[in-house]
Write a protein that binds this ligand. Structure first.
Ligand code: AHR
Length: 578
């Protein structure tokens, strides 16, 4: 009796309803199908018990057939991916894997710089453990010294034996010792094998100050500034790959109107020169203007104004990139928590992050009007998750934990950048160490690598690879009124000649069974790594640093196609053997 009642009730569990599954096709949820299946079995069992002996085997068969028809699709959802290597497209610029290190909280001090006298193992004051970890993810460039900090930074206070002690009014009003300055930054880049993306001070500095800074860094002839650099330990000129002309000049960088900024930007573009002989023909320094900070109309105007100016630029100034800042945050006054959340916050936050695609499309379309040849790169030089600060931390230090949700978020954004590879040729996640969506967290001598770090490590083969389109029906993962694609994927031909694929299973509950078809080419096998975790908010901590770490994964060939089962909420990178 109780069982009959249960069968008549309408369970409201809809988690398993997925496009593409049999359950979806006939409009029942998993729970409903489970009940239905049990009902069918129960009915036939009762009938079989009452029926004459000869009829019983037949009724039992009916019971089994009925159960198999109504049983829920509790096995993994199937997703067919099709890749055509002959359709290779734009280069996925390694610079989309760039990092951002601002003088903010423990991003620089304690995170990178401990000083030569520290008991923490270091090389000329720079932490050895951090250097080793960053080398492994092949950081292409680091944006420094800010951020908002950049528009109050005066480089002279951070060179030479006598550093000037100042304050950091943007970030907690703490002491800025200036012990990590130009030479230390360049030494750090040298130790990890990365390039300099230097943001010059437009807000409170002058073009002359910025021009002299560049002369100090890059002049090879014996100018007074070049000699000063040599006296400070570096005779040969430094390379500066990227020059940021201001930061958020519409806001913390000086509250400028677009027109005012453009007139400033032209002056900086003209006079802030790179003198390094190695950068005159090849590897020329790319100049990046301040761009939009979100989807509001004021930023549409900003992009229009800068790009219109670019369209009419003369021989005397040039531009190679337009910056874009876009954090995943939701409501700035009521931010999400970085930990202690469930599926609702997981799905809502990931929905927000997918807005990156629309924003890039919107600003790319404006850029296309004035620069149809796509000479100016869109550089998303601040992106990532921004949560409530960790309890007990200084709110001005922007300390937050980093969970499995952030790993999925990172993969989704990197895939968006890759799909826009023709225009997006740079991006810098905010920020590298101890701040916002960090790769690394430190506490005195301790260091832990975050789930986001592992995503960047797994994506190394995509640096300077060639994008290859993937065709797939992503399906739908639904939670409450939030709908998301169930899976996301990109493919690329690596510099090593191999075909690389990334597949994210966004669904936190169900595995995904991937069938990979290489359009005529027979795939032998695939191997790689997969990153998942027990819960959506699982994190690595100093005490338990290996909860969210990648594990090996391999795919088998079935009739020339590859079959791969992906865990729920997972990020997977594989290379395909043909
Ligand atoms: O990354 C933290 C801050 O966010 C940066 O300093 C600023 O550019 C942005 O608003």
């Amino acid at each position: 009796m109780a069982f009959t009642l249960a069968c008549k009730s309408e369970p409201k569990i809809h988690r398993c309803r997925r496009r593409g599954s049999a359950a979806w096709a006939i409009g029942f949820s998993c729970a409903e199908r489970l009940f239905l299946s049990a009902c069918v079995a129960f009915r036939f069992r009762v009938m079989a018990q009452r029926a004459p002996l000869v009829m019983r085997p037949l009724l039992v068969s009916f019971a089994l057939i009925g159960m198999s028809l109504t049983a829920p699709a509790i096995l993994a959802q199937k997703v067919a991916l099709s890749v055509d290597e002959s359709k290779a497209e734009a280069k996925i610029d390694r610079n989309i894997f760039g990092q951002f290190a601002e003088h903010l909280g423990h991003g620089i001090y304690d995170g990178i710089w401990v000083g030569p006298d520290s008991t923490i193992p270091n090389t000329r004051g720079i932490r050895n453990d951090v250097v080793a970890a960053l080398k492994a993810i092949k950081v292409p460039n680091i944006r420094w010294p800010g951020g908002c900090f950049a528009d109050e930074y005066h480089w002279r206070k951070g060179v030479g034996p006598q550093r000037v002690i100042t304050l950091n009014p943007n970030w907690g009003g703490v002491i800025e010792p200036n012990s990590f300055g130009t030479n230390e930054f360049m030494d750090f880049l040298d130790q990890i094998g990365s390039e300099a993306y230097v943001s010059v001070n437009v807000g409170s500095g002058t073009p002359a100050e910025a021009a002299e800074w560049l002369e100090y860094m890059t002049a090879s002839q014996p100018t007074t500034l070049a000699k000063e650099r040599a006296a400070n330990g570096h005779r040969t000129p430094y390379e500066v790959g990227y020059l940021g002309i201001g930061n958020e000049s519409w806001d913390c960088g000086g509250n400028m109107t677009p027109d005012y900024y453009v007139s400033q930007m032209k002056i900086y573009s003209r006079f802030v020169r790179n003198y390094n002989p190695a950068q005159q023909e090849k590897r020329q320094m790319l100049k990046i203007a301040v761009g939009p900070g979100g989807g509001e109309p004021r930023w549409t105007d900003w992009t229009e104004t800068v790009m219109k100016a670019y369209q009419h630029h003369s021989w005397s100034w040039d531009l190679n990139g337009l910056s874009m800042h876009n954090y995943t945050v939701g409501d700035w006054d009521h931010k999400f928590a970085a930990t202690g959340f469930g599926e609702t916050e997981y799905s809502k936050f990931l929905k927000l992050t997918l807005g990156m695609d629309e924003l890039i499309s919107k600003h790319s379309a404006i850029m296309d009007k004035y620069d149809p040849e796509k000479k100016v790169a869109l550089v998303v030089d601040e992106w990532g998750a921004w949560y409530e600060p960790s309890p007990g931390s200084n709110p001005g230090f922007l300390v937050q934990q980093n969970s499995m949700r952030d790993a999925v978020l990172a993969a989704l954004n990197l895939n968006i950048f890759a799909r826009h590879a023709d225009r997006v040729r740079g991006a810098n996640i905010a920020q590298m160490i101890n701040v916002l969506q960090a790769m690394i967290m430190t506490d005195k001598e301790k260091m832990v690598l975050t789930p986001t770090y592992y995503v960047f490590k797994m994506y190394v083969p995509f640096q300077d690879s060639t994008f290859v389109p993937v065709i797939f029906d992503a399906g739908t993962y639904k939670h409450g009124d939030i709908s998301l694609p169930r899976v996301d994927a990109i493919a690329a031909k690596g510099k090593d000649g191999k075909l690389w694929m990334e597949i994210t299973n966004i669904d936190p509950n169900e595995p995904a069974e991937i069938e990979l078809n290489l359009n005529g080419i027979s795939a032998k096998s695939a191997t790689g790594e997969t990153l998942t975790a027990p819960k959506v908010d699982s994190v690595n901590t100093f005490d338990a640093p290996n909860l969210v770490v990648p594990k090996p994964i391999s795919a088998k060939s079935q009739g020339g196609k590859l079959a791969l089962k992906l865990e729920p909420k997972s990020v997977t990178v594989i290379s395909v053997e043909q």
